[in-house]
Design a protein around this ligand. Structure first.
Ligand code: MLT
Ligand code: MN
Length: 316
């Protein structure tokens, strides 16, 4: 049998999900009321496994309990001890609420490993509520940027190697400090937003997971060129769409995400790159690509992109 990695999108939405609890925008309202062309999405997270038994979560969204319940691969083994879980590790790409709050769902004395950059682990260390993850059982390990590491669960390596690298981005919303940094950086530092290259040890197959990214710089271009599979930040279609829809007075640029459209947008910027499969994730509830029949959905598909959904399975 040819080996292949198991990759499952357990949440495709951005912060707030679709529908968002307090949002009466067109997408949220339609998703809430069962319009068949607007499928609800929970907040962004991907589960990955080399063997189909031991799983690693890429980010832990506030919807994690619901996501685990909806994903048979993540259920306890019925033949196993009274408490068990196939989730062996969580790897964090940033400290935003939608990336880390799900850790609190993993608090029932279950051994696992949590990986994050020094910056992101500082966020956890600075919030004592995360101490609910008993440090005797839940190990926190710092990912050194640019240095690959074998992902380890409580009983050893799980057959995946990860490379974490810094990408253009922004400090979490709740840590923004107007006085800090220059040019609207709000105190952003290296390691606040990282991308992941996930490699299966047995086959050498790999993919990239970059759910948050504010721009495509040359190092990132070089890294992604030739990639077999990419999950990428699909927050907004148009820079000002949240303003136009009356949802929030902020642009995509301001919240630290690339937009899909426009000259600086992902479609145009990535077009010259050779990437075999390109999938948008972390898609905000304002984004028209969430409507199966929208012209914007047709445009991203024509540009070779897929729009992920909860439960999407990808094999490499
Ligand atoms: C983001 O992706 O920009 C954040 O999730 C925003 C937020 O924390 O709501
Ligand atoms: Mn987010």
């Amino acid at each position: 049998m040819t080996r292949s990695m198991f990759i499952k999108v357990i949440g495709a939405g951005a912060g707030g999900g679709l529908p968002q609890w307090n949002c009466n925008g067109q997408n949220s309202a339609d998703a809430r009321h069962g319009v068949p062309t607007v499928t609800p999405r929970t907040q962004a997270s991907v589960a990955v496994s080399a063997d189909g038994r031991q799983w690693v979560l890429l980010n832990a969204s506030p919807d994690l309990r619901q996501q685990i319940n909806a994903t048979p691969e993540l259920h306890p083994d019925r033949e196993g001890p009274p408490r068990n879980s196939p989730i062996k590790a969580v790897v964090l790409t940033n400290g935003d609420v939608d990336a880390v709050a799900g850790l609190l769902c993993l608090r029932e004395s279950q051994p696992l490993t949590v990986y994050g950059s020094a910056r992101v682990l500082d966020v956890l260390a600075g919030n004592s509520i995360f101490e609910v993850l008993n440090a005797d059982l839940v190990k926190r390990k710092t990912m050194e940027l640019g240095q690959s590491f074998a992902v380890e669960g409580p009983s050893g390596p799980v057959g995946l190697t990860i490379d974490a690298f810094t990408v253009p981005g922004k400090i979490p919303l709740y840590l923004e400090d107007e006085e800090k940094g220059t040019g609207g950086s709000f105190g952003t530092e290296e390691g606040d937003t990282v991308g992941l290259k996930v490699t299966e040890d047995a086959s050498g197959k790999h993919f990239f997971f970059i759910p948050g990214c504010s721009g495509l710089d040359d190092p990132l271009r070089e890294r992604l060129n030739g990639a077999p599979l990419l999950f990428f930040d699909g927050t907004l279609y148009t820079n000002d769409e949240m303003i136009v829809q009356g949802l929030m007075q902020k642009t995509g640029d301001r919240i630290g995400h690339m937009n899909m459209s426009g000259p600086k947008g992902t479609l145009e910027q990535m077009a010259p790159l050779d990437i075999a499969r390109k999938i948008f994730i972390h898609i905000n509830n304002s984004n028209p690509v969430l409507r199966d029949d929208s012209p914007e959905r047709a445009a991203v598909e024509a540009a070779g992109w897929e729009v992920s959904y909860d439960g999407m399975e990808v094999r490499l």
